[in-house]
Design a binder for this molecule. Structure first.
Ligand SMILES: O=CCCC(=O)O
Length: 480
């Protein structure tokens, strides 16, 4: 393991051990990678207090000073991307090359928000009273908290820390229990490049419920950003009501991937594979319901099945591996349940459909199902695994109606060539994000987020920093 493997809580620039610890294991091998410090409510409160103290001087730094420190952090991540990628692959399971790609993606948020720090501006507004002027300024929200998921152990952290710091806020991060090592490595690099003590605090824990509640109900925490399930998001929203804490929620999705009869079938199949099998399908923007116009369904399915059969599954450290293991046994059990229940309800398994026991208990074969219907559990639940579930439709209207038939509204995708159709369908889809002829919609410069039960707010992009800023209106009188 590299020197970036840290195992304690990171509070006020120090590594803080705890007596109680929890194990972090490699999902490909079951090997215990580290016994990590287990923060409780008391330590969480200490981290909040530290962030409150650090806020006083951090918010006073000039935008340029904050930007320069963020850029140094970005550079440190890029210099260490291989080590960070290997660490991530060990704790999360994704192939090393993909993990290094995630480090680059994560670092791109730091680079982006270093730029945005210097573009926080204000307004002087016209007033009907000539003796008055109105100045609108933007101020940091204050102490922030972030609760992040295991599927993107680096990028989901930087997507929250970077805008918070750029805006002049300090932050307490509760990383996921399954993959805390990447976040601790990021803290180590932040400290090495001179981000002041107390500005970033990381508190791994096995008690997400109590620590999450403390973060959400602390009157000191003025902003909570959460990425995870809709169920937990709803609980946090209720808890944040206690002190009207500002909240961003990036929750579950049930992304449709619609293939219309005018699509380039080969290109659509390629994009579907890239989208669906990113991180083995364990991505909130993974295509979940594949809706194919009936007249091209056979041709499209053949193209997809032959690509899926060519995917290589194995431990993330092996060369040319496309998919690693799933994160844990619960994930495998859920996918197996969805596939078997779809089969018993009439779907056909074209390829895959089982655990690859020769590789280990957590490796699930890339799977294609046809004959899937809207009523099946696999259409209603977020699969979060390597399963392509193909459903068909006859007309454009029916395709759109099926796509929108969900309480979720995170990502959606469609493939088509006709320009009028592209506008019609983009406008009709009830989603925060639409990918047209692409399965790749995640970039630091894109606003990322959903509508309906998929969440609140946007991350990344020029809009993302607003989540960490408050407007202040200063009315100057007596000028007439
Ligand atoms: O799964 C969460 C988000 C991944 C992404 O940023 O594309």
């Amino acid at each position: 393991m590299s020197s970036l493997t840290k195992k304690d809580c990171f509070i006020e620039g120090h590594w803080v051990p705890t007596d109680k610890r929890f194990s972090v294991t490699n999902p490909a091998t079951g090997e215990v990678l580290a016994e990590v410090a287990d923060a409780d409510e008391e330590l969480t409160q200490r981290a909040i207090n530290v962030a409150e103290t650090a806020l006083k001087s951090w918010r006073k730094k000039t935008a340029r000073e904050r930007a320069l420190l963020l850029r140094k952090w970005y550079e440190a991540m890029m210099e260490n991307k291989q080590a960070l990628g290997e660490l991530m692959s060990a704790e999360q399971g994704k192939p090393v090359a993909e993990a290094v790609g995630e480090v680059e993606y994560g670092a791109s948020f730091v680079d982006w928000f270093a730029g945005e720090a210097e573009r926080i501006d204000g307004d002087i507004l016209p007033n009907t009273d000539s003796s008055k002027r109105v100045m609108v300024t933007k101020e940091p929200v204050g102490v922030c908290a972030a609760i992040t998921p295991w599927n993107f152990p680096n990028a989901m952290i930087t997507r929250k820390i970077a805008p918070a710091l750029a805006a002049g806020c300090t932050i307490v991060v509760k990383p996921p229990q399954l993959t805390p090592l990447s976040s601790l490595a990021l803290a180590q690099l932040a400290s090495e490049v001179g981000i002041p003590d107390g500005v970033i605090n990381i508190i791994p824990t096995s008690d997400a419920k109590s620590v999450g509640k403390r973060l959400a109900t602390s009157p000191t925490v003025r902003k909570l950003s959460f990425t995870g399930s809709t169920g937990v998001g709803k609980i946090l929203m209720q808890q944040c009501a206690e002190h009207i804490t500002k909240l961003s929620l990036e929750l579950g999705g049930n992304a449709p991937f619609i293939v219309f009869d005018d699509a380039d079938i080969e290109q659509a199949a390629e994009q579907l594979i890239a989208c669906k099998f990113r991180n083995g399908g364990q991505t909130c923007v993974s295509a979940n319901r594949i809706l194919v116009q009936q007249s091209i369904a056979e041709k499209f399915t053949d193209a997809v099945v032959s690509k899926v059969k060519a995917l290589k599954v194995g431990p993330g450290t092996e060369d040319n591996v496309d998919l690693g293991p799933l994160i844990d046994q619960d994930a495998v059990d859920k996918i197996q349940r969805l596939v078997l229940s779809a089969k018993s309800d009439g779907a056909t398994i074209e390829t895959g459909g089982s655990v690859m026991t020769e590789l280990g208990d957590l490796f699930y074969a890339p799977t294609v199902l046809t004959g899937v219907t809207e009523e099946m559990d696999i259409s209603e639940e977020e699969i979060f695994g390597p399963v392509v579930a193909i459903n068909t439709f006859e007309s454009e209207e029916e395709g759109i109606e099926k796509a929108n038939n969900t309480p979720f509204g995170l990502a959606s995708y469609f493939a088509a060539k006709d320009t009028a159709r592209i506008f019609r369908v983009s406008e009709a889809l009830e989603y925060g994000m639409v990918g047209v002829n692409t399965g790749g919609i995640s970039h630091a410069y894109n606003p990322f987020g959903g509508i309906k039960e998929s969440g609140l707010g946007r991350e990344g992009s020029k809009y993302g920093i607003d989540e960490y800023l408050e407007l202040k209106t200063v009315t100057l009188g007596g000028l007439g």
